[in-house]
Design a binder for this molecule. Structure first.
Ligand code: DQA
Length: 148
């Protein structure tokens, strides 16, 4: 099966961006670890980071026809703002897991609402770079049970 990782705005700055909140690990390192884990399990991997909402919407739409079985997504700030990205995920009906490095519930009140969580298979948040590892574990288990 194919797993797609989507990374929202400002995550290209991981490693240097507010390291006390988001850690020192870069997005390239996170994607590298995801790819290694996915490929070791015999699946395919693709990833995309964008600061532009429409680019992420277009990639989700493409997932409908490119064999993507599951999406891991950290919508970043779009978590709290993007009806468009939510609607795209609802439209394509590809199951997804929502991931955050920080725990948004411990931060500013505006981060407590997510446009994605009620549609997600599950949410992993608060474990820094390890959030992605735990989400990958959940994704691989889900693929074992659901994808052919
Ligand atoms: C984030 C949390 C969001 O509130 C924030 O806008 C981000 C990153 C996280 O991974 O902790 O950009 O999604």
């Amino acid at each position: 099966a194919k797993l797609l990782a989507l990374h929202g705005p400002n995550l290209n700055l991981l490693g240097e961006r507010e390291p006390t909140i988001y850690g020192r690990t870069t997005l390239a390192q996170i994607d590298g670890a995801l790819r290694a884990g996915v490929e070791a399990a015999g699946h395919g991997f693709d990833s995309l980071q964008s600061n532009a909402e429409h680019v992420l919407v277009d990639r989700v739409q493409a997932a409908r026809h490119d064999g993507t079985a599951l999406i891991l997504i950290n919508p970043a700030a779009f978590t709290h703002t993007s009806v468009a990205l939510r609607d795209a995920l609802a439209a394509v009906e590809v199951p997804f897991i929502e991931v955050h490095l920080s725990n948004p519930h411990t931060r500013e009140p505006f981060r407590r609402h997510s446009y994605f969580s009620d549609l997600a298979l599950g949410v992993v948040a608060g474990f820094g770079e390890h959030s992605y590892r735990f989400a990958l574990d959940a994704a691989l288990a889900w693929l074992d049970n659901h994808a052919s």
